[in-house]
Design a protein around this ligand. Structure first.
Ligand SMILES: C[S@@+](CC[C@H](N)C(=O)[O-])C[C@H]1O[C@@H](n2cnc3c(N)ncnc32)[C@H](O)[C@@H]1O
Length: 371
């Protein structure tokens, strides 16, 4: 028996529930599934509830993780276990999982990214090992990659939602939170944003091809240099374009040339560079136009850029940016890959990866290979 889906479990940055809901709605509708959202402002969590139960694999297909920008994590909601008694929470949870007649390859224990939910961490540290041991003993939790991941999304110590996902079709990080260590000597915390973008938005193959010594990168809006640092650390040459001051350590590395110029009009002295990245605080559509010019014209092979979203109509603004990019590539019938996500290190913004792809039949929604 295949589990049936009640809906989607979506985790997002608190404050972005509306955008997350809009995405779920549009994906579900396109997949022929109707439903409604249950969420509250700043909860960091959206339950998208289907009007009718559907097979969980159908739900998975309708709402693939890579299609979301604002969901940090998404799983297919199959059950809720509520009112777990304080004296014995293990038994009802195990019985509810067993009743699904599933085998799973991994457990992901989740809460929303709120202070209230974080206070559960002590309880979960004590509770989860019991669950894991029991699931293994009952041969529900097996060490097999191909089996789905079981998500346990805790609201509090008495209520948990069960979700399923497949490896490679969910965030590789629990709760979609990339905990990266701040590198020593990095000029700004922004460096983590680009580090996360490399991991979250690119395939292993793309990283191997494009992040290696000797290649050239252009960093538009570079100061103080956190993004340039990611390239120079890898032995790559960087044109760091910004009228603002760059960290001395970067310039001293000999890998970074500080160009005091306007990022919208400056052009690289090389015919083609591997990378252009852009973190300028500017109107999103203007940035989208600029970076699609760089990539569509072949001046750079690939791009990671940040779009600072307005407080209102963020979803619509993003749609506008997609249209700008699509029109620019449409001029010569070029094909491209565009992946956009609100990263853990993003605030009122999203980060995107853009590259031209040669083959007309290349898959525009190519799946990211996950770690
Ligand atoms: C968010 S900061 C960049 C932080 C940088 N990515 C880092 O990791 O340290 C934005 C930068 O964009 C620069 N900027 C804004 N408009 C620009 C323009 N038209 N041309 C060049 N730089 C610009 C600002 O001077 C500022 O230093």
């Amino acid at each position: 028996m295949s589990p049936t889906a009640k809906g989607l479990l979506l985790l997002c940055r608190p404050g972005f529930e509306k955008e997350c809901t809009a995405e779920a709605e549009s994906l579900a509708r396109a997949g022929g599934i109707s439903g409604f959202a249950r969420t509250t402002a700043d909860s960091g969590c959206v339950h998208y509830v289907f009007h009718e139960l559907v097979d969980w694999k159908e739900a998975l297909e309708a709402a693939p993780f890579d299609a979301f920008v604002f969901a940090r994590q998404r799983s297919i909601w199959i059950e809720r276990v509520a009112d777990m008694p304080q004296e014995d929470r293990v038994t009802p949870l195990i019985e509810a999982i067993a009743a699904q007649e599933i085998q799973v390859g991994r457990l992901d224990v989740e809460t929303a990214d709120t202070n209230e939910a974080k206070s559960l961490s002590g309880f979960l540290k004590r509770f989860i090992p019991h669950i894991e041991r029991t699931l293994k003993a009952r041969r529900i939790l097996r060490d097999k990659e191909e089996l789905p991941t079981l998500h346990l999304l805790f609201k509090d110590s008495s209520q948990v939602d069960l979700g399923l996902s497949r490896l490679g079709d969910a965030s590789p990080w629990p709760m979609g939170i990339a905990r990266l260590r701040m590198p020593r000597n990095a000029p700004s915390r922004s460096t983590l944003k680009l580090a996360e973008a490399f991991d979250a938005l690119m395939t292993e193959e793309e990283r191997t091809q494009s992040l290696k010594p000797g290649l050239y990168a252009v960093d538009l809006g570079a100061a103080p240099g956190g993004w340039s640092f990611q390239f120079s650390e890898r032995g790559m040459h960087v044109y760091a374009v910004d009228n603002g001051p760059l960290a001395d350590s970067l310039v001293a590395s000999g890998m970074v040339e500080h160009v005091r110029a306007d990022g919208f009009s400056w052009r690289a002295p090389r015919k083609q560079v591997e990378w252009v990245v852009c973190d300028m605080v500017e109107q999103p559509a203007r940035v989208a136009q600029l970076v699609s010019d760089w990539i569509a014209s072949g001046k750079a092979k690939r791009c990671i850029f940040n779009l600072k979203l307005p407080m209102k109509k963020r979803f619509e603004e993003l749609k506008k940016c997609r249209q700008v990019i699509s029109s620019r590539f449409g001029l010569h019938g070029d094909h491209y890959v565009l992946r956009i996500r609100q990263l853990y290190h993003d605030r009122e913004e999203v980060t995107a990866y853009l590259a031209k792809i040669p083959a007309p039949d290349s898959n525009k929604t190519a799946k990211l290979s996950r770690r």
